[in-house]
Design a protein around this ligand. Structure first.
Ligand SMILES: NC(=O)c1ccc[n+]([C@@H]2O[C@H](COP(=O)([O-])OP(=O)(O)OC[C@H]3O[C@@H](n4cnc5c(N)ncnc54)[C@H](OP(=O)(O)O)[C@@H]3O)[C@@H](O)[C@H]2O)c1
Length: 211
């Protein structure tokens, strides 16, 4: 029986599907209402996951906080940080002082990412039932490509960035016959932004579309 946790991926993007500016900066794509929504969802997850690319670029706290910066839920209920990748966590990174770290998880959980399916199973074996993935594009794309994503939360800002920093990269889909269909389960306005919640429509390979 699988122990894999429920995996939710979240990203913020401009209307033209960019997750960061050409210089790599990505903070504040969306407004305060969208960011508050993300923090509420972090608080509901057992673990919060990023790749080393995001960790090194953004030095995220990976905590659930209110708009004033106070913890939204007690330390014991904060999502445990999970870092995917081979590169070291930089000394002084905020995640090293994450409030969820303690007796049960003294350090952020590290996974190599070489076998993400196995990594997710291992998280399940640690008692983690839900993982909130906050990027970046490489990790999100890998999880999507492997069919490991149960729910997508896409925060769309009414803005354009253009350029090469796409929210999702190569999914290994080479023709329309292999298109990955989703179902929009909810759309909501959050201030100037829109949150689209989508779930994969899992079809057998021989039921994929043909033209
Ligand atoms: N708009 C948003 O919602 C959003 C969210 C997060 C980040 N960002 C932005 O995205 C940028 C960072 O993007 P990124 O794509 O480089 O970050 P990332 O996905 O967080 O990290 C990618 C790194 O993860 C490691 N990794 C290990 N196994 C992997 C696997 N199976 N698949 C993919 N990666 C694996 C690799 O590093 P190792 O060499 O260490 O193994 C890889 O370079 C930053 O500019 C950040 O600000 C935007």
């Amino acid at each position: 029986m699988t122990t894999r946790p429920k995996i939710t991926v979240k990203w913020a993007q401009t209307l033209d599907g960019r997750a960061a500016a050409a210089d790599g900066s990505s903070q504040w794509i969306t407004g305060p209402d969208a960011r508050a929504d993300v923090h509420r969802r972090r608080a509901a997850a057992d673990a919060i996951l990023v790749g080393t690319g995001t960790l090194i670029a953004d030095d995220p706290s990976l905590t659930a906080r209110d708009p004033e910066g106070a913890l939204l839920v007690p330390a014991s209920a904060q999502p445990v940080p999970v870092i995917i990748g081979a590169r070291a966590i930089p000394a002084g990174a905020k995640v090293l002082h994450h409030p969820a770290l303690g007796a049960r998880f003294p350090h952020p959980i590290r996974c190599s990412g070489a076998d993400l399916a196995a990594d997710m199973e291992e998280l399940g074996a640690l008692g983690i039932r839900s993982v909130f993935v906050e990027g970046g594009p490489h990790i999100v794309s890998s999880l999507l490509r492997l069919g490991l994503v149960d729910e997508l939360l896409v925060y769309v800002a009414p803005a354009l960035l253009g350029g090469p920093r796409l929210a999702v990269g190569d999914l290994g889909i080479e023709s329309m016959a292999c298109i990955e269909r989703l179902s929009f389960t909810r759309t909501e306005h959050l201030g100037p932004d829109i949150l689209i919640t989508a779930t994969p429509v899992r079809t057998a390979p021989d039921q994929k579309e043909t033209r």
